[in-house]
Design a protein around this ligand. Sequence first.
Ligand SMILES: *Cc1c(COP(=O)(O)O)cnc(C)c1O
Length: 235
Amino acid sequence: MSDSANLPEEAVTANMAEVKNKIARAARDAGRGAGDISLVAVSKMHDLARIRPALEAGHRQFGENRVQEAQAKWPELRAAYEDIELHLIGPLQTNKVKLAVGLFDVIQSLDRPKLAKALAREFDRSGARPDCFIQINTGAEPQKAGVAPGEADEFIARCREDYGLPIAGLMCIPPFDEEPSLHFALLAKIARRNGLAALSMGMSADYESAIALGASHIRVGTAIFGQRPSPAKPV
Ligand SMILES: *Cc1c(COP(=O)(O)O)cnc(C)c1O
């Protein structure tokens, strides 16, 4: 029996199907196509036994928030399954840029000039060009990563013009204790005025409202994989 979490591994398949149904319903209610919304299954802190059922069910987009954890898990899964698209959704230190660019297909957590510069240099060196999302700190929380909303336009322009980065869109993580839809609407507004198509917003608790407000990517962990094991436990 897995000690990875309190949910049987078979439940992952059923949860995945349920989340996909809810996405389809939320998309229909918003007059959108379900195919316009990418479900990034957030597998952080879950082991391979829990991730494999999602892959077996045909799912291919996953998110991890730590570079070293992704490095420990995903090369083996990539060797076994084709067309995996791996998204980095957590903070990226510049000393891990090279490793991250080798591992991830999409980097959702571009949040500062120093990182933009390091990514540009590594893209040039390696020839890899993962799509980038700029993380916006929509709640202006001091402890949270992301560009302040008031500095977003300038930072987006700098990433595009000075660094030539492939900026696909914006990402946000709303404050825990606030109505997320206000933050989703703010993110959508910043994206619109900067001509950015992709919006990564919405997690297990609020992805349906994110879809209503235009999310192109939702990042769902708990609703698919169950509760994450505590970090102290050996995996
Ligand atoms: C963990 C995480 C998620 C998934 O959260 P759930 O509530 O488990 O769906 C989404 N986005 C980011 C950035 C995360 O770190």
